[in-house]
Design a protein around this ligand. Structure first.
Ligand code: DON
Length: 580
């Protein structure tokens, strides 16, 4: 084990300083423990031996749980939930975007991963976004992957007829559903912010009949979306990638300056990939592999943290927060250096090994923040918004699904293909736009994630299944752009290192460091509850930013003693655990 204790200098003023620091640290730890003891979980824990779906949307969780009740497995339920989210959570639920699914089949087969990340259209070029004039909403759209990915997972693991899994979403879109507070305010804000001619169709689809802001309890009906979903229900992938829907998307692109063609759509193919595996303090991690950076970066951070011991009551100590931030910035540096679409770039394995992590850990100064610029190595240095959504599903037979998918920004490009009724992503944002330009603002210009036709852009999504003694123990993931990995990290470490329940770990305030900008971004709740810790960390050279919230990590814990699924519902937007 790497020795993580600083030597206490022997001169007496230093000893005095060390004693003062120790006293402050003890006071802070005590305060943290008290804050934690006072903290009440935001949701009652839902328990079930027959399976569970936890998502941001009540009707979508219910759609998945209904499939479980009818004897479907976790993949069937995940497909129904994903389609239902496309109708009931338009900020991120989608058929016009893409994502990743990690499955633990639970029948002795190895875990599987499905990559339905969007791709750059054939006419894309490496430098197409260098000039700000070229960054229009329509050009930011990647070729959508969601329908292909859900169909591939169904082909490999589904048991229920495809039509039965899509139909609940058709009904939700056609008949409408009641908006909750989060949906009502998100959609109202979206409409106010989207004023250009490229958003005229968005207004036609989402404006409240009769005008005004949407209110909680209002009913949103989406007849065009219902027809697009009917085509998917009745014709499978061809109902999206060929025929009317494909033509509507291509026509929308032509009407503006978009470059996606019907050929791009017909050529899209989701991929089954090997999940990436890691370990942390005896637990096994089953994570999404590239073009997702989430799994490898999560494993890298955990590998670094494994070189240090944490006491149970040390969750909010300056030492813990310092080590988290230092581990995060090192792993995010490696993310920028090595990760991209594996079909286009060779991805080495050494940088997420335990040995490499030991080297990174040795370089951590326990009393000072390491400036991010000193970690760049051979990366030459030059001078993200809410929405994606994650849900977790388990069935009663041991199958588990972690699924995160996205439109990239909140409501993606805010472009609706005329007549198709659904929002298209703006996932092209996730490529490195400026070759060679990596800077302190967070821009990355490294080679592995440069734009190329047909390439998948690097993602930070991190759908993850954690195993204990070879059995599923936690299903988790989150939205939040580059913060996703650190949100998942803090749910996992909250439970493994600090003994929190899933609900407590999901509730707890979160921090984020992504190498550049060289700052710890912390939730307002963290600043409120741990102001003294912030002060000490600032004294060690860290700087802070404040955000209202980070992530939305709907998770399920599988209690090894009872075998029951127990919910971890993220309170930050909305959410529901539904059981069959
Ligand atoms: O794939 C990614 O990493 C991003 N496009 C995800 C965006 C996101 O999570 C925004 N949400 N909150």
């Amino acid at each position: 084990m790497f020795d993580d204790h600083t030597d206490v200098p022997s001169s007496s003023p230093s000893r005095f300083r060390a004693a003062a620091v120790a006293f402050t640290l003890a006071a802070v730890i005590l305060q943290g423990a008290l804050a934690q003891a006072q903290h009440r979980p935001t949701h009652d824990i839902v328990k079930s031996s027959r399976g569970m779906v936890v998502s941001v949307s009540g009707p979508a969780s219910d759609a998945g749980a209904a499939v479980l009740k009818q004897g479907g497995n976790a993949v069937d339920a995940a497909i129904a939930t994903a389609f239902a989210l496309a109708a009931t959570y338009p900020a991120a639920g989608n058929i016009g975007g893409g994502g990743f699914m990690v499955v633990w089949p639970g029948d002795g087969r190895p875990p599987m991963a499905f990559d339905f990340r969007e791709k750059a259209p054939a006419a894309a070029t490496q430098e197409m976004f260098v000039n700000p004039a070229g960054r229009s909403a329509h050009r930011r759209v990647g070729v959508p992957g969601t329908v292909s990915g859900l169909a591939l997972a169904h082909e490999k693991l589904g048991t229920k007829p495809w039509k039965e899994l899509v139909d609940p979403a058709v009904k939700l879109a056609a008949n409408g559903f009641e908006l909750d507070q989060a949906n009502a305010s998100q959609i109202s804000e979206l409409l106010k912010d989207s004023t250009g001619p490229e958003h005229a169709e968005l207004h036609r689809v989402f404006d409240k009949p009769g005008g005004g802001d949407w209110k909680t309890g209002d009913r949103l009906q989406q007849p065009d979306l219902a027809r697009s979903l009917e085509r998917v229900r009745d014709r499978g992938v061809d109902g999206f990638y060929k025929g009317e829907t494909a033509e509507l998307i291509a026509a929308e692109m032509k009407r503006f300056d978009g470059i996606i063609t019907t050929e791009d759509l017909a050529n899209y193919q989701a991929k089954q990939r090997e999940p990436v595996r890691g370990t942390y303090r005896g637990y096994d991690l089953v994570c999404m592999s590239p073009p997702c950076s989430g799994g490898i970066t999560l494993i890298s951070i955990l590998n670094i943290l494994e070189n240090f011991e944490f006491a149970r009551d040390e969750r909010w100590s300056p030492r813990t927060m310092h080590l988290f931030a230092e581990a995060m910035k090192r792993a995010y540096r490696d993310r920028a250096r090595y990760l991209g679409d594996p079909d286009f770039t060779e991805i080495p394995t050494h940088f997420y090994s335990k040995e490499h992590a030991r080297e990174w850990a040795k370089g951590i100064d326990l009393s000072r923040a390491t400036p991010s610029s000193t970690l760049a190595g051979d990366i030459k240095l030059a001078g993200e918004s809410e929405h994606t959504t994650h849900f977790s599903v388990v069935d009663g037979k041991g199958m588990c699904v972690a699924l995160t998918y996205t439109l990239e920004s909140s409501f993606g490009s805010r472009v609706v293909a005329k007549g198709a009724g659904f929002i298209l992503n703006d996932e092209m944002n996730d490529f490195n736009w400026m070759p060679g330009v990596t800077d302190s603002t967070g821009r990355i210009g490294t080679a592995p994630n440069l734009l190329a036709p047909g390439k998948r852009m690097l993602s930070s999504m991190c759908p993850t299944i954690v195993l204990k003694d070879g059995k599923p123990w936690l299903v988790t993931g989150s939205p939040g752009g580059r913060t996703i990995i650190n949100t998942v990290l803090q749910v996992i470490t909250g439970m493994i290192d600090f003994g929190l329940t899933a609900q407590e770990a999901v509730d707890a305030p979160r921090i984020h460091h992504q190498w550049f900008p060289d700052k710890i971004r912390a939730e307002a709740k963290f600043h409120q509850q741990h102001a003294d810790v912030v002060k000490i960390l600032e004294g060690m050279g860290h700087t802070f930013d404040r955000v209202a919230r980070q992530g939305d990590a709907h998770s399920i814990w599988l209690n090894p003693e009872t075998g029951d699924a127990e919910s971890g519902i993220d309170p930050r937007i909305s959410g529901k655990a539904s059981i069959p």
